[in-house]
Structures are given as structure tokens and as C-alpha cells.
Design a protein around this ligand. Sequence first.
Ligand code: GLC
Length: 517
Amino acid sequence: MTDTATPWWRDAVVYQVYLRSFADSDGDGTGDLRGVIDHLDHLTDLGVDALWLNPFYVSGEADAGYDVIDHRAVDPALGTLDDVDELLRQAHARGLRVVGDIVANHTSAHHPWFAAARRGGPGHPARARYHVAPGRDGGPPSDWQSLFGGPAWEPFGDGDWYLHLFDVEQPDLDWSHPDVVADVERTVRFWLDRGFDGLRFDAAGALAKAPGYPPIPAGERQPGDDHPFSDRPEVHRHHRRFAALIAERPGRFGVAETWGPAWVGEPYLRPDELQQAFAMDLVFTPLDAAALGEAVRDYLAAAARHGRRPAWPHGNHDVTRAATRWGPDGALAVLLLLLALPGATYLYAGDELALPEVEIADADLRDPTWRRSGGTERGRDGARVPLPWTHTAAGQHGFSPAGTSAPSWLPQPPGWGAHSVAAQRADPRSALSAVRSALAARAALRDAPNPVWLPAPEGVLAFRRGDVVCVLNTGAGPLALNTWGSDVLASSRTLDGGGRLAAPGTAWVRHGTGSVP
Ligand code: GLC
């Protein structure tokens, strides 16, 4: 493939802007679109290629914007359609692409369709747009549990129940209904026409449910299993349709929010489907060279069978912060590993600062998981705490305008300013500096050949792409790099006096410039 024929998204670094926690321009304690516009320089300084915006649509705010009331209108608390246009304009002027988020599996319970379904009563045609079924023996139609805890069925109080795989405020749409298909297609076209360069498809594997809502099989999922609501073969008809809509506009792409190992994501990467699917198990892989190597090789092979490359998530708004999952050094080591591989890397806002997961007091928790699990699962808020921009405390460390008295929607913990962009920018040993240098050095890997795996001692993963060698050290002690090369292009941590890489750490070296055996 020649340089010009390489699509921009193939190896892009996509920075996930978690809108509500990124920057608050108007002092109401919640991040907004203007806040993103004001901080676009942070993204260009960092050197990412694109930003992905979580949902900013009119919402019931039961699941931080993933319960959508109007898919084609902006939540006034977050901005206006003009702000979206301005954001697209300013991002594009800086050479940044913008990725949106399509929530196709469910609506808010306050969506006009659902209000009509609720009012309509049993047998009403408005109920056919959702998964509605009569109760069984005085209970729900099936034993399905919500992914946020508790039963997945809620009674209307008139004999019918509706399905919600997520919160009770997020009724699942029935994708066999033509209105549902037509409306989501309209939404996809609407945002593409507005200028979005890519779209993420939320809960991509959940769009089809088995007729009769049969019991969930016990135990781990296996290839070829017939799960009643996850990754059913029927969902691919819809994905092919999404892909066709995207193909109408050259240069755009779609990414499926898939969960699970490579065999789950592989069917989503067939040539007539969306261009990317998340290699999600990566985020649950322990900080161990052998385990990471195996996961990486599985996803690479699955994608390559379809002429595709993986989308590597390093973290996101649904999982524990990388710096807590892998430790601060481990999070950077894994990031440099992912950045060195073929495929796109998704970097979650705040992970460039190595922000830790925050312990939030019970009373301040907002994630529906907390309530639905009866207080046994704390949920995802700890990874969603508003970003610290300044060392000083004013305006919640620069998240809100100075002088703002409104508390941020999730509280920042004491000491948050030490992690701030301002504190790290000036420090060459900070996480921010390491990420920025790695992104700059990544140019050396542009259009590099596929990885060739190299022999390495226990606890070390090493591969070569052209003349760049990537070495991940998760072993017991510091590692001399001169086996592979001596010209260090980037490293997740400062090398020791002897030029050795401590664990956990990743370095990229120019092959052969050292004492190669
Ligand atoms: C996706 C989102 C998550 C949301 C869920 C329901 O998994 O990433 O935040 O809660 O879908 O829309």
C-alpha cells in the first residue's frame, strides 16, 4: 500500500475525550463542548491524530449520556449544535479528526418512542419498537440480568415487561423493527454530514436478541456458542449497513465497541463490516510479557485474516484507570507497547497524566451500577473524575473557570493538582512528557512492516518492525538494551546510568546500532 493510499484511521492515535470530565467552560461543574474547543492545543501538543467524543446528545443523564432522548440534538448542558460545528472546524483546522459515538442498542426511557410505548398499553404498536413481552407466572419474561446488576426486565404494570440490558432508564430497541433501523441510519448520516470523521458504535454486539429470550448458558463463553444477547450472527446485517453508510463518504471509518477475546471481535472485522473493533481483553490482561504477547498476537492474527488491523484500547471510561490496573509505570509501558504495534491506539483522557482510579465516597457515586448492584459494585466513576489542568486549586484545578463555586459533577480528591497538565508539562520525567515523546517518535513506525517476534528472556517481549525494535520488560530486573540496539527512540521511563530499562518499562530502539550478537 502506498503512502497516499493508507487510510488515516488505520494506525491513528485516538484520544478519548470524556466530555463531562474534560473541561468545564461555563462553571456548572460539568465538562462541555466549549471546554474541549478551549483545550484543543493540549491534543495537538500531545501529538494525537483524532479525538473521540462520548455522547453529547439530549439525555436523561441516568448513564452519563448513554441514555439518549434525542440522538440528533445536543444536550443544552453540554453546548449547542453550533458548538459541535465549531469544534469540528477548529479540530480540522489543527489537523485533528473527530470521532462521534452512536448509541444504537437502546434509548432513554424519556425518549418519545418509549413514552408512547409506556402509554400505549399491551399490543400497542409503539411497544413493538422495544423488547416488550408479557410476564411469566407473575414474574419477568426471562431470567436475564442487567449488565449493571439486578433483573434486566421491568414491569410496565399492565402485564407487559420491557427489557433493559443496562439501566432501567435504557430500554433496549428491537432491531427487527424497520423504524429502529431507519432512525439510527438517519442519525449516522446526520453526524457524518455534519463532518465527523469516524463513529464508534456503542454496545455493538447487543443489537440482536434470541427469540423467546432463552436462559443464559452457564460458564465462560466459547467460540461458536449461542449467547441469547451477545454477538449474535444477526447483528452483522446491521453492521454491514453501518459500513455501507460510512462508505458513502470516503475517508470516514467506524469502530465497533466489542468486548471479549479476539474470536469475539473477529467477525466484526470482515471486509464488508466496520473498519475497526476494540481488542478489549487487552485492558484486562495482566502486566506480564507472556500474557500481553499472547493477547496481542491473537488480535493481530484475527484482524489480519480480514486485511484489517486491531483497535487497541489502553483504557476507557468503563474500566479501572490504567495507572491503577497496571501501576503508573506499567500503564506507560503498555501504552508504548500498543503504540508500537500495527493498528490504532485509543488513549483515554487523563491516562496521559497517569491519573489513578479515585475512591469516591458512597454519597457521591453516580454510576447506575452502584444502585443496581445494591451497593456491592462501586461502578465506573473512579475513572471519570474531572481532569486537573492546573496545580493550583482554583476552579477545581482549572477544570472549571477560576472563581467557580459549583462543585464538579464528581469530586476531585485531595492532591489532584500534583497530577495536573501544568505540573507535568514542565517535568521531563513526567508521564505527560513520556507520552508526548513517544507520540513524536512514533513517526519512525509509520508504514513499518508487521512485527517479527524476537527471542527474549523470561518476562520480556521483543519484536522488530523494520529497523525499530520494541522491548517490553516486565521481568524482575533492569534489562540491557544493547542486545537489540543502542539508539533509544522512546522509552516509557528514564533508563538507568548503565542504559538499562527497569521493569515495568518499554523502550523503542533503532535496530542494530548497538552490539548486536
Ligand atoms: C457502552 C458504554 C458505557 C455505557 C453502555 C450503555 O458500554 O461505553 O459507558 O454504559 O455502553 O450504553
